[in-house]
Design a protein around this ligand. Structure first.
Ligand code: SAM
Length: 451
């Protein structure tokens, strides 16, 4: 236990300190959030894969027992029916109050908990740009977003200043879930507590203010910015809010409009009733949330759209075979075929990992579909043929084996209790396994039940 950190907590929490110290002896809260693009909360809860208990933070989120194991290997996880997320981490997007049709920017997005929550709320409308500066973490973000099955989503990996310059003045909502000293994560990462230092808290504060400078640029007039951290340090929370408001008088602090957690901790003349804090005493590991609205005009830069290369006959044939995609923009680039309801944007120097749905690519003069095509919630009605797997076949599929299922020729989507887990290719006698190698794992379904 880091004595310096605990001393600061005593000063910060005053009378609540003993209650906080008691929570350190208890296991960390764990949770999951249901993906309502793929299953209703009622259906998910009717046959749960583990005990679920409602949280006060978000109606799609649930506590799960602290000793739950292997939940990430369950077929429903691969199917994108849920996202494993610490319960209080679901609070910030509730405050962001995303509406269908919004353009939303998530500036610090990996591994994708909050971005997936935003995308689900957009319900295949508007546009979500999810940015992660760290290249390795951006790949994890990509795979999580693919599994959740969004379509109107662009995933980029760049520093926030570049992203916000490229999209200046375009967003209704911006989320800065900032890198922080992570004091709310100490139970999960005990090493982090030993490495904690005041110098790091102050370095985080400077970085957070830098990211907020960029976020400000990306907002439209009347656009909403939510700033969140998973730390308790006042320097990274109320102090950042105070400094940001002094720097940008045209940004107004607005009430978070939620009832969970508690108000902020007094700092100068900041109206701390408007911000929200969640401590373990409030039934979550820890979050801080502040909400702002931009009151000044901001001219939107013109976005350049991409011209698609001429598609090969193989890509054309795949689309024609699967249905009518007239409502979508189609991009064909480097042998890969994408669909999106927004035009494809050209961001020049910014690394774009994905925009829209990656349908597949042309390989050796034939079209090979991609897992994303089958995971995209919007495209389920377009699957040409589908096979429902029983427990044993599903275990075989996850282990990467060929499925002894006859009677199917060509690409087939494979489902478990009605939820798509991937696809295969039938030759009439068997179905070849097309589950990407990174998703293969040992699955034991003896105890699993359907939703
Ligand atoms: N929002 C994410 C979620 O809900 O899954 C968690 C984000 S985590 C708290 C903060 C992220 O900010 C990390 O992925 C980290 O790599 C990224 N980051 C680190 N330094 C950054 C910087 N200078 N600018 C932007 N993001 C940064």
């Amino acid at each position: 236990m880091n004595d310096k950190f605990l001393k600061r907590m005593k000063v910060l929490l005053e009378d609540d300190y003993e209650e906080y110290v008691d929570t350190l002896q208890k296991p960390a809260y764990r949770g999951l959030r249901v993906n309502t693009l793929k299953v209703s909360v009622d259906d998910f809860c009717a046959f749960p894969i583990c005990p679920l208990e409602k949280t006060p933070f978000c109606k799609e989120a649930f506590y799960i027992p602290s000793d739950t194991v292997s939940i990430g290997n369950h077929p429903y996880h691969t199917a994108g029916l849920f996202y494993v997320q610490e319960p209080s981490a679901t609070s910030a997007v509730e405050v962001l109050d995303v509406k269908e049709g919004d353009w939303v920017l998530d500036l610090c997005a990996a591994p994708g908990g909050k971005s997936s929550q935003i995308g689900i709320k957009l319900n295949h409308t508007g546009f979500l740009v999810s940015n992660e500066i760290d290249h390795h973490r951006s790949q994890i973000l990509l795979s999580n977003m693919e599994r959740i099955g969004l379509s109107e989503n662009m995933i980029v990996s760049a520093n926030p200043a570049m992203v916000c310059d490229a999209f200046q003045g375009h967003f209704d909502k911006v989320l800065v879930d900032a890198p922080c000293s992570g004091e709310g994560m100490f139970k999960k990462h005990t090493k982090a507590m030993d490495e904690w230092s005041e110098e790091n808290v102050l370095a985080c504060k400077q970085r957070q203010l830098h990211i907020l400078d960029s976020a400000y640029k990306a907002l439209k007039k009347d656009g909403v910015l939510v700033y969140s951290t998973c730390t308790y340090a006042q320097e990274e929370n109320e102090e950042v809010v105070y400094t940001f408001l002094k720097t940008y008088p045209d940004m107004e602090l607005v009430d978070c409009g939620v009832f969970f957690g508690r108000e902020g901790i007094a700092y100068k003349d900041l109206d701390v009733k408007k911000v929200r804090r969640i401590f373990p005493m409030d039934k979550g590991e820890g979050h801080f949330i502040a909400k702002f609205q931009r009151k000044s005009e901001n001219t939107a830069v013109k976005l350049k759209t991409m011209v698609s290369k001429t598609m090969t006959p193989y890509g054309k044939a795949f689309l024609q075979e699967h249905g009518n995609f007239d409502d979508f923009y189609v991009k064909y680039d480097q042998d890969k075929l994408y669909l999106c309801k927004q035009p494809f944007f050209d961001l020049k120097k910014i690394k774009v990992l994905r925009q829209g749905i990656l349908c597949g690519e042309v390989k050796k003069q034939r079209f090979e579909p991609h897992q994303h095509f089958y995971m995209a919630a919007l495209l389920k009605p377009w699957h040409k043929q589908s096979v429902s797997l029983n427990d044993e076949q599903c275990e075989q599929f996850f282990e990467g084996n060929v499925l002894a299922i006859a009677g199917y020729k060509g690409f087939v989507s494979l489902s478990y209790h009605g939820h798509i887990v991937g696809f295969g290719k039938g030759d009439g006698k068997v179905i070849k396994n097309k589950l990407p190698k990174g998703l293969r794992c040992k699955v034991s379904l003896k105890k699993a039940r359907s939703v």
